[in-house]
Design a protein around this ligand. Structure first.
Ligand SMILES: [Zn+2]
Length: 260
């Protein structure tokens, strides 16, 4: 049985439209959300899921999003230290997807291997999207510095997955093609409380996206996204979205609002 700990590795102001399918919300403003990574303990080694963002300034400068921040307490090192770990102790990091706020700290982990879907690396290296997009631009929220690291300095430590895989007994990776990103994957972890789904950004808000089956605002293929959300609902007892203030509350260091 594993334990899953949220790590609060930053905060972000992003459009509320990311929570629900564009045309189904009138809420057009910014919301403040946490940026979460997760630590899985209880197995033969600690396992990290996602690594947060590289530098908060890149969110505004490169991706043209709202303000982002990362306090000293929210650094990956500080969040791991809360659990008695140093970055060098992590030997396996599971990456839900390669967006700037999930794969921005990989170089901080000198001994880790990185588990990523092959299709995600392909899509992130050459994103499909209009160059004139107002936010995201033609990088579509993939930071070229992260992708450069994946295909160069970290390459020998990248474990490319080709679909679903058991990472360890009780930890499953499931690929959801063309959902939040072309190669987004979720990790299902067996805990005392049941199966915890670490969903990355497949789910923004459980009540809207899963219970009411309203897809979140960013997806590549609507049909694939809807099927993925139904599959997540069927597999998981608990769903931990990577930007959910209520999940952040289970960790340490989040100072943003909980009422979004
Ligand atoms: Zn995200």
């Amino acid at each position: 049985m594993y334990k899953v700990h949220p790590l609060v590795v930053g905060q972000a102001h992003v459009g509320a439209v990311l929570d629900v399918f564009w045309s189904l919300t009138r809420q057009q403003g910014l919301v403040e959300v946490p940026i979460l990574a997760f630590l899985i303990e209880g197995g033969p080694e600690p396992i990290l899921v996602d690594t947060g963002m590289r530098e908060p300034e890149r969110a505004t400068g490169v991706h043209r999003l709202g303000p982002h921040s990362k306090s000293r307490e929210q650094s990956l090192q500080a969040q791991l230290a809360l659990h008695g770990l140093e970055p060098g102790d992590i030997r396996t990091t599971l990456i839900t997807h390669l967006h700037y706020d999930h794969a921005g700290g990989m170089e901080l982990l000198p001994n880790s291997r990185f588990v990523v879907q092959r299709t995600e690396i392909m899509a992130a290296a050459a994103p499909m999207g209009p160059a004139e997009l107002e936010i995201g631009s033609k990088d579509m929220f993939f930071d070229r510095k992260d992708i450069a690291a994946v295909v160069d300095s970290l390459w020998d430590r990248v474990d490319m997955l080709e679909g679903n895989k058991q990472i360890l007994p009780g930890i499953e990776a499931v690929l959801y093609p063309n959902s939040h990103t072309p190669g987004s994957q979720c990790f299902y972890v067996e805990t005392e409380d049941g199966t915890v789904a670490l969903v990355g950004d497949m789910v923004r808000k459980v009540d809207l996206n899963v219970d009411k089956a309203i897809p979140p605002g960013l997806f590549y293929d609507l049909e694939s996204m809807m099927r993925a959300l139904a599959d997540i609902k069927g597999r998981a007892d608990l769903i931990y979205p990577a930007h959910d203030p209520h999940i952040a509350r289970l960790g340490t260091g989040y100072t943003g609002p909980f009422d979004t």
